[in-house]
Design a protein around this ligand. Structure first.
Ligand code: SF4
Ligand code: SF4
Length: 339
């Protein structure tokens, strides 16, 4: 598969990365086979995280016997403080079975308080600098769900890679964050390239992302057919046309301003409500088979009926969604759907 230069890291990475979330649902053996097949198909960029349960370990199994310099590994730590961050780095190295990680990201710096904690004395940034000095990490990086915070972080000139949600519906990064990453020569990983499972037109989604020079989409894979489909689309290098733009405009209007970006920053809900799943009833029924849509949103809608209106979630939502009211609406929408 064709490679692209990943910003100032000068790493040559496949135009599509392997997102390490869905392999959490596979057995160790199936996950290792899938990762290995992806590498054989030309994907050399694998992104995982400390918090994706056994994802790092499964990737570690899969890359045994692969020349380390032939793959680029990215992982993440959610730690705020130096000590925990360094513990996470060591654990990531152990689970991945490697002596170094190419790109290590602060996982989800999306609020000012998180950013302040990371940059405080004895904060995780000091741990990052130490891990780079000792050779355990090659390039410091971060992921975020907040464009203003990501812009601030990029301007510190301390990071070689940024990861933000970016797809043809969640496209705010295209205005400032992506041009800035390009200007500062920072690698850009597009998180949730398929809208967290809600954009089912892979052809449109991948071609949209690849129309931005140097962006690396990071879809999660569970089946080899999915990988082959995405690689096939990426390899064709088709032009992004006016018809594609019109189709995207149409879909953006359908999603509307109350579109939940599925970032899960509103969690944890004290009632255990799967808010992001409960908020996508209409989209799920429009884009999935009836059976799949029921199993995708049904359990969360049942839970949503227990919402106490405490509004803890509202203060955490970076998109200022009125979650309790939207849940009420979605319950009604779900109940009107064909059984
Ligand atoms: S308002 Fe409802 S959904 Fe939000 S945190 Fe409270 S119980 Fe959970
Ligand atoms: S409700 Fe807000 S915080 Fe929760 S997943 Fe949706 S966009 Fe994210």
């Amino acid at each position: 598969m064709k490679k692209t230069r990943f910003g100032k890291t000068e790493l040559q990475v496949s135009k599509i990365a392997f997102g390490g979330i869905p392999i959490m649902r596979l057995t160790k053996n199936d996950a290792a086979i899938l990762v290995r097949e992806s590498i054989d198909l030309g994907i050399n960029f694998i992104d995982t995280a400390h918090v994706y349960t056994d994802s790092e370990e499964k990737i570690g199994q899969a890359i045994k016997g692969v020349r380390r310099e032939d793959i680029v590994i990215a992982s993440k730590s959610p730690a705020d403080d130096k000590k925990t961050f360094l513990e996470h780095v060591d654990l990531s190295l152990k689970r991945l079975g490697t002596g170094y990680i190419d790109i290590y990201q602060f996982h989800g710096i999306s609020t000012q308080s998180k950013k302040d904690a990371v940059f405080a004395a004895n904060g995780a940034m000091e741990g990052m600098e130490e891990a780079v000095k000792s050779g355990k990490i090659r390039f410091p990086a971060f992921s975020s769900h907040s464009i203003p915070i990501a812009v601030e972080l990029m301007k510190t000139n301390k990071f070689a890679s940024v990861q933000l949600p970016f797809n043809y519906i969640d496209c705010a990064a295209a205005d400032i964050a992506i041009p800035l990453a390009k200007e500062l020569d920072i690698g850009f990983i597009a998180m949730k390239p398929m809208g967290g499972g809600l954009l089912d037109d892979a052809h449109l989604a991948i071609r949209y992302l690849l129309s931005f020079d140097g962006i690396v989409p990071d879809p999660g894979f569970e089946k080899i057919e999915e990988i082959k489909e995405i690689i096939n689309i990426a390899e064709k290098d088709e032009t992004f046309t006016q018809n594609d733009k019109d189709e995207i405009e149409k879909q953006r209007k359908e999603f509307g301003p109350s579109w939940c970006h599925r970032c899960d920053y509103c969690q944890p809900c004290p009632q255990g409500i799967g808010i992001s799943s409960a908020l996508c009833v209409k989209s799920a029924f429009k884009r999935m088979t009836k059976e799949r849509a029921h199993s995708f949103v049904g359990p969360s809608i049942e839970k949503a009926k227990t919402c106490t209106q405490c509004r803890t979630c509202v203060s955490r939502c970076p998109y200022n969604l009125d979650i309790p009211s939207l849940l009420k609406e979605q319950i009604k929408v779900y109940e009107a759907m064909p059984k």
